[in-house]
Design a binder for this molecule. Sequence first.
Ligand SMILES: Nc1ncnc2c1ncn2[C@@H]1O[C@H](COP(=O)(O)OP(=O)(O)OP(=O)(O)O)[C@@H](O)[C@H]1O
Length: 242
Amino acid sequence: MNYVVQAEHMHVRYGHSVAVKDISISVKEGELLAIAGANGAGKSTLVNAIAGWSRATPRVSGTVTFKGDDVSKLRAEMRARRGIALVPESRGAFAEMTVHENLSMVDAKNDEGKNFEIEDIFGLFPRLKERRSQQAGTLSGGERQMLAIGRALRAAPSLLILDEPSVGLAPRLVVEVLQHVKELTQDGLAVLLVEQNVRAALEVADRLSLIEQGEITATGTADEMREDDRTISAYLGGLRAP
Ligand SMILES: Nc1ncnc2c1ncn2[C@@H]1O[C@H](COP(=O)(O)OP(=O)(O)OP(=O)(O)O)[C@@H](O)[C@H]1O
């Protein structure tokens, strides 16, 4: 198995409160694993711990193995250089700068010296090319999400972690953004997708895991999860996904 990332026994606490309880997940080359769950379930905390980021000072234990190496002790910047790219929910583009400037200013070299040229990013997201001179702050939500993904891709990551890319997007744009993400897996990129919209996630995911109160309560292939009674009643409004 070509695992890109294996996170084992991840346990994260904020003070006395445990946000992630002994979770193990892994993603293979070219695979898209979706993590779904309600607000506050621990999704962001889990993926931040894998990338080495945090919004505060959580206590993290567990092992993150990335392309065969233990990166658990590395800082976020070092993990990023190894090829772990995280697009946070806030997306993080510079509003006053143009699309092109936002893509130019990224430190695009990874440890292997590989990167995506801006024209490659425009090839993936033609809408960004059309808007290359537009200020990022004036882009639509979907376009801003594409820009955030484009920025993350510049350093040619092996693992792309997307934290709720569909937040604030119209349903049509959610599908468009997720389809672009899905296309990227065809070249071997591993994707870890945090998504509250389970229906949308099941359209593109190879596997889906549900998190409730910091624990994985169900996991399976997209086909299995479409038939899973708990998923259907809790996340698909009682209706089976098409
Ligand atoms: N910096 C922090 N300090 C204390 N508690 C925190 C902190 N960040 C998150 N938490 C708590 O940890 C739990 C998990 O939060 P997390 O943001 O990981 O959930 P989530 O599943 O990503 O939620 P959402 O879908 O709303 O973004 C929540 O109870 C949250 O209040």
